[in-house]
Write a protein that binds this ligand. Structure first.
Ligand code: NAD
Ligand code: MG
Length: 382
């Protein structure tokens, strides 16, 4: 029986992870759950999955939850201390990180140090702290399994191969809802249009990131850390049908790809049960119904989220943190209707230009950089 702790259980990846647990009761069990503020859903999840620990981010939410589940033997905790308690919980062999943002750094590091494998959806953690996390993964001999669909596809395309014979990584991108649009057409984008992704149903933040291509930028940096390749070996290929989830090109010109219908349950399940494949119901790829798969280069003039990521990666150190933090803040301002769509890029670019890069930043320096970036954006907006 596989035992997992799950951070971000009420979100898009979190609920799909629990669906997999529900479908494989003899194989996997949940020992701990953590969420931000959705008390009602957390209560339901506790009643169904019976974890030993449940965490809510705010103390008031935790207090409210405690009363609701007083009849059950579950310890309710809160805040960073709660997330760290879950990361260290001895029962679980794997931590699934499905929270959004850099809040995942500390629990991920704690879980690695406690000898747990990590199923990582929380890309922001790797983007900002990859230089700390990857050496720890090697030092503690744990596995870091990608949940992000592209990285899972790359990981699947690497099975049985020698990583030294990789020539390039072909990271596919749907292009998002605004593919083909000009800058002028993007000046007055309503929030609802940016939230309407053509192929994937995801959380709000990552859906906006897909529209700006910042998500792809974060994924390029994520791929660099996960697969130990140089930035110039990572090519982004726009593939609007989202059937090829990514590819690996080898030194002999051969290319391995992983294909499937867009469903996050496959990569989540692959990470949970690796190296096993488990049955998964759902739509299958029908090549005759598809008839064409198309490819095009990303428009980096319009979708500056991508070139800015390469720039952040080249600068290294704390600059990917600025890229990520500025984007987080800008996306929430956009969702609140306080800035326009294209201002997301302006804020990221401005914050990166303003920042003095710290080489090899510690966790504290990463979090200080995050805070300084938030302050920069607040000043710029007011
Ligand atoms: P989401 O917004 O749907 O869910 C986020 C979850 O994290 C929720 O359960 C929320 O309550 C919890 N959370 C937020 N702040 C928290 C805090 N401070 N403490 C504890 N819990 C907190 O997000 P999502 O779309 O599921 O994305 C999760 C992560 O997975 C992100 O890093 C995203 O980039 C990545 N990812 C998502 C998808 C997808 O299909 N949704 C695909 C690839 C990667
Ligand atoms: Mg992805």
């Amino acid at each position: 029986m596989k035992k997992i702790a799950l951070l971000g259980s009420t979100g898009s990846i979190g609920t799909q992870t629990l669906e997999i647990v529900r479908n494989n009761p003899a194989e996997v069990q949940v020992t701990a759950l953590a969420a931000g503020s959705n008390i009602a859903l957390m209560e339901e999840q506790i009643r169904e999955f019976r974890p030993a620990i449940a965490a809510m981010w705010s103390e008031t939410a935790a207090e409210e939850l405690k009363i609701k589940v007083a009849d059950l033997p579950v310890r309710v905790v809160s805040g960073m201390a709660g997330l760290l308690e879950i990361a260290n919980q001895p029962e679980a062999g794997m931590l699934v990180t499905a929270i959004v943002g850099m809040i995942g750094i500390r629990p991920t590091i704690a879980a690695i140090k406690a000898g747990k494998d990590i199923a990582l959806a929380n890309k922001e953690t790797l983007v900002t702290a990859g230089h700390l996390i990857m050496p720890l993964v090697r030092e503690y001999g744990v596995s870091l399994l990608p949940v992000d669909s592209e990285h899972s596809a790359i990981f699947q395309s690497l099975q049985g191969e020698d990583q030294k014979q990789v020539e390039r990584i072909l990271l596919t991108a749907s292009g998002g809802p605004f593919r083909g649009k000009t800058r002028v057409e993007l000046t007055e984008i309503p929030v609802a249009a940016a939230l309407a992704h053509p192929n994937w149903s995801m959380g709000r933040k990552i859906t906006i990131d897909s529209a700006t291509l910042v998500n792809k930028g974060l994924e390029v940096i994520e791929a660099k850390w996960l697969f130990d390749v140089r930035p110039e070996q990572i090519e982004v290929v726009v593939h609007p049908q989202s059937i090829i989830h990514s590819m690996v090109g080898y030194v002999d010109g051969g290319i391995m790809a992983q294909l499937g219908t867009p469903d996050m349950k496959l990569p989540i399940q692959y990470a949970l049960f690796y190296p096993d494949r488990k049955p998964l119901k759902g739509k299958r790829v029908d090549f005759f119904a598809l008839s064409t798969l198309t490819f095009e280069p990303p428009n980096t003039e319009v979708f500056r989220g991508l070139p800015l990521a390469y720039q952040a990666m080249a600068a290294g150190g704390s600059q990917p943190t600025v890229y990520n933090a500025a984007n987080e803040k800008a996306v929430s301002l956009f969702l609140e209707g306080k800035i326009k769509f294209l201002q997301i890029y302006e804020l990221i670019e401005g914050a990166m230009a303003y920042h003095k890069v710290i080489d090899n930043p510690s966790v504290e320096e990463i979090l200080e950089t995050e805070e300084a970036t938030y302050q920069y954006i607040r000043r710029t907006i007011s």
